[in-house]
Design a protein around this ligand. Structure first.
Ligand SMILES: [Zn+2]
Length: 391
């Protein structure tokens, strides 16, 4: 099982790095976000981005997203309060006006009403020759780390799909659209009972595997071809922003059985100044995240001071983690970021998974919570109309 997963992951990575265009991303979070929610949001952003990259690679959409910037923003919540008739995701897209130094601008908020995600749609007057280079998307924190199931984990990927030109269905395609763009829609059933990624409910389906995208092998229904449209938009966009290339931090973890601590150190590249890094640790349920831990760098030194986290803080997070995910650490400074999550379970030898007995049914984990999602799911597609009218 594990070996299979690893092999697939490696194959996806190889195909991605061979030809995929790299798009860097800025994450915006409310400056008054509670500390544990911030940890969840940042770890969840990495988690969701990894799933998005795997999904695109598996569908031959040639893009690789990378984190690059993290910016707290004031007045999100007041922004939402000013226009109570709108849901928070709509308000988050006010950030269309933010100064952008990366391709992707991901706005994190809470789901205060009826939307878990929102995105601008790369759009053209007719045939994508005048596509709009606004890659702002909003996602709810709750969708990033799979509170109850893996249902919501593809909201992020779905929204990225919109920014790459994907539409829910044919009815969303403007009547004057021509050529390639008329096929820029998802399908409600790929032939396997699952809708393709950018269908209206395409992120709201529990999936045992990565979502298919219309036009990909295994999801060829009618003329729908989001894969072709996304790759077209990627070609148009790929040289638009210079890459920052600052995914240069790394996290090292030692499981110290003498002190009963996980000891985390961060290594940086630029040692010019004294600096601090924040280490964010979160698991995959709402209740399991820690307040960020600060570590410091001396001038000229690449390795940080040690962040020591007691086993009795981390082991309960291991207990609570769902079968398909774990407990992760992310480190950031103002100028450098880690390229990927660090899985703390990879360094564990002491904690042992509790075995649950299921009264004579098959072994393995109990299925509490799965399949019964009550989350109201409504993807809104904001911005396209406003952007269109601006022309
Ligand atoms: Zn959508």
């Amino acid at each position: 099982m594990k070996k299979t997963t690893l092999a697939l992951g490696l194959a996806a990575l190889l195909s991605t790095t061979a030809q995929a265009a790299v798009f860097e991303s800025t994450l915006y979070t409310p400056s008054d976000m509670p500390a544990t929610s911030l940890s969840q949001s940042i770890v969840g952003y990495y988690y969701a981005m990894d799933l998005a990259n795997k999904t695109f690679a598996a569908n031959n959409v040639d893009v690789q997203l990378k984190p690059a910037r993290f910016k707290p923003v004031a007045d999100y919540t007041s922004e939402a309060a000013v226009v109570p008739s709108k849901n928070i995701m709509a308000d988050l897209l006010v950030f269309n006006t933010i100064t952008t130094d990366t391709y992707y601008n991901v706005v994190i908020g809470n789901n205060s009403g009826n939307a878990n995600g929102a995105a601008n749609i790369a759009y053209s007057d007719d045939d994508l020759t005048n596509f709009i280079n606004f890659t702002v998307m909003g996602v709810a924190t709750q969708t990033l780390l799979a509170a109850d199931s893996n249902v919501d984990n593809f909201v992020f990927t779905h929204e990225v799909g919109h920014t790459l030109g994907g539409q829910h269905d044919v009815s969303n395609i403007p009547v004057d659209a021509l050529g390639l763009y008329t096929n820029a829609y998802a399908v409600p059933d790929c032939g396997n009972g699952e809708s393709s990624l950018v269908a209206e409910d395409g992120a709201a389906i529990a999936r045992a595997s990565l979502p298919l995208i219309s036009g990909a092998s295994g999801c060829q229904v009618g003329s729908a071809n989001n894969v072709a449209v996304m790759n077209h938009v990627i070609e148009l966009e790929k040289n638009d922003k210079p890459l920052i290339g600052n995914q240069t931090l790394s996290v090292d973890v030692v499981e110290n059985t003498n002190t009963q601590m996980f000891e985390l150190t961060v290594t940086r590249t630029d040692t010019t100044n004294a600096d601090t890094a924040k280490v964010y640790i979160a698991g995959t349920q709402d209740s399991t995240a820690l307040t960020a831990i600060s570590v410091s760098f001396d001038v000229g030194i690449a390795t940080s001071s040690v962040a020591s986290v007691p086993f009795d803080k981390i082991h309960p997070m291991f207990d609570a983690s769902v079968s398909y995910a774990s407990v992760y650490a992310v480190a950031l400074t103002d100028t450098e970021v880690v390229p990927a999550l660090t899985d703390l379970k990879d360094f564990n030898t002491v904690w042992v998974k509790k075995v649950e007995v299921d009264n004579g049914t098959s072994g393995g984990e109990s299925s509490g919570g799965s399949g019964g999602s009550t989350s109201i799911f409504l993807i809104v597609m904001m911005g396209a109309i406003g952007l269109f009218r601006r022309k």
